[in-house]
Design a protein. Structure first.
Length: 137
């Protein structure tokens, strides 16, 4: 029973971030948003990549969610990549369907402040990703 309750809690916590399109947010605003709204996520400062400027968050030891906020030269979010374990895929798709406009198989759109974003799911062998990026013009 404990395992079932813990699984439900992890699904609820990890999927709550799925609905948030933070494109255009500055680094400090993203950090404040996560701190206030996603207390289950922990900022990972151990891993760095010299090629990309990004913020990385994980859900700690449960290992179900990893989120990258890729930043431009001005420190604004230009792309979001969320990696999830397959066991929570149905819940993530339900969340995407509730919060965005379906635009085909594994695709959704969002319009925020006049800017259109494309949200996509890509399946990998061990996980799946949700990518949010500006829609091509």
């Amino acid at each position: 029973m404990k395992t079932v309750c813990l699984s439900i809690l992890l699904i609820a916590l990890s999927s709550s971030l799925c609905a948030q399109n933070l494109l255009g947010y500055k680094e400090d605003k993203i950090e404040k948003y996560i701190e206030k709204n996603n207390k289950d996520l922990v900022k990972d400062t151990e891993t760095r990549n010299e090629k990309y400027d990004y913020l990385k968050y994980t859900d700690g030891f449960s290992g179900t969610t990893t989120v990258y906020f890729f930043l431009d030269a001005n420190g604004r979010c230009k792309r979001i990549k969320k990696m999830y374990v397959h066991s929570i895929k149905d819940e993530i798709i339900e969340e995407l369907n509730r919060n965005y406009t379906p635009a085909g198989d594994n695709k959704w759109t969002d319009i925020k402040k006049g800017s259109k974003a494309l949200i996509r799911i890509n399946n990998e062998e061990w996980f799946f990703t949700v990518t949010i990026e500006p829609a091509s013009k």
